[in-house]
Write a protein of this length. Structure first.
Length: 387
């Protein structure tokens, strides 16, 4: 290293000054060379951090020249129970924890939770893809463990999180202050048990994608390209979610014309499928997700069994079905929480939604997915696939 050229023993004052002056010139020259070289490279945060490392090594005495590793994220443990609901609904109970963990520069983890009726663990699913820099982050450091409720009172929590997501200055300043006060906490506990947040999906969408979409190297998730940028002979893929509760109305109900709560009504699905067939000269590749599926119900869509793929895997494979459905070019959904979660994971394409009054799809186009509400839908909207 260049700092080894510094004098290591006492000498004449003029000689020492001369050495220091020569060292300073050498340091400046070396830094300029490094700056010029790295400026020619792609300007990314990674390159800039490497530049800072090299400058520190060139111009800092040996005792302070060691560059520490990137700071390991502290754990933010959501210790309160997640509840026993399905994959979509359970997300509504910890969206505030997602926001707060990100504001506080921490890695969100969940205490063990098993959904007995569905036989899978929500916490295991969401903890699996946690971004950890080393093994230490997988345990809660209790040297100074802080409870977030001691810094943000229960009655303020919803307001400040919503304000932060909306970019309100007062909420941002409030959470900046909390972040400063919690800076020396080695671990963070969140004991919230009462949250129910149906909207804010646009705010937490990047986090959800980071936890539920496998990394690009994984073969289990490879979103298709849209027809405009791929083989024009490729079928247009269409995903439909039929909420289980919607197909179990009181006896005597005509499901074929029934107004569903969390799914798109069958006549509307049939109308849009006809529009899609007219739009695409190729076949439609239809995927239907329905828990405890009833083929007699699906037959009301006038689809032959060979015209669609049914997703109704055992609940231990619930995440796999969710990922498969999300890959569709076009999604036909209601405002069920499962449908929303499918949309949050989807690649660029088109989602057509029945409903919208709960705000679940608001601001969720950040990853290139168009959202059209059924009340506003026109056949021409399908051309959004080409944008």
């Amino acid at each position: 290293m260049l700092y080894d050229a510094l004098p290591t023993a006492a000498g004449k004052t003029s000689s020492l000054r001369r050495h220091k002056r020569h060292y300073a010139y050498l340091c400046v020259f070396a830094t300029l060379v490094v700056v010029g070289f790295l400026s020619f490279a792609v300007r990314t945060e990674h390159v800039q951090s490497k530049l800072a490392e090299i400058q520190l090594q060139l111009c800092t005495p040996a005792l302070t020249a060691v560059v520490p590793e990137e700071q390991t994220p502290r754990m933010y443990l959501r210790a309160g129970p997640l509840g026993g609901e399905g994959m979509g609904s359970v997300l509504q109970h910890f969206k505030q924890s997602i926001v707060l963990s990100q504001v506080l520069d921490s890695s969100l983890h969940f205490g063990w939770n098993e959904v007995w009726d569905h036989r899978y663990s929500q916490s295991e699913i969401y903890n699996a893809n946690a971004e950890l820099t080393n093994a230490e982050s997988q345990t809660l450091n209790v040297t100074k463990a802080c409870r977030v409720q001691d810094f943000i009172p229960y009655e303020d929590r919803d307001v400040v999180v919503r304000g932060w997501c909306a970019g309100e200055d007062s909420a941002i300043a409030r959470l900046d202050d909390v972040k400063t006060r919690m800076a020396d906490c080695t671990g963070i506990l969140d004991t919230e048990v009462d949250e129910l947040t149906q909207d804010l999906n646009g705010c937490i969408m990047p986090w959800v994608r980071s936890r539920l979409i496998p990394p690009p190297s994984s073969s289990s998730f490879s979103p298709p390209s849209l027809p405009s940028s791929s083989d024009p002979s490729r079928p247009l893929s269409v995903g439909i979610h039929i909420r289980w509760g919607d197909t179990a109305p009181p006896p005597g109900t005509d499901i074929s014309t029934h107004d569903f709560y969390g799914s798109m009504n069958f006549p509307d699905i049939a109308r849009i499928l006809a529009d899609l067939r007219a739009f695409s000269s190729n076949l439609l590749e239809i995927t239907i997700a329905m828990e405890e599926a009833d083929r007699a119900v699906i037959a009301l869509l006038n689809l032959e069994a060979e015209e669609y793929t049914l997703l109704d895997s055992p609940q231990t494979q619930a995440l796999d079905d969710l990922r498969v459905l999300s890959r569709s070019d076009v999604l036909l959904l209601g405002e069920s929480s499962y449908g929303v979660l499918t949309h949050l994971l989807a690649p660029p394409g088109l989602t057509i939604v029945k409903g919208g009054g709960l705000g679940k799809f608001r601001n969720t186009g950040g990853f290139g997915r168009h959202v059209v509400y059924l009340d506003d839908y026109k056949a021409e909207d399908i051309e959004l696939l080409l944008e």
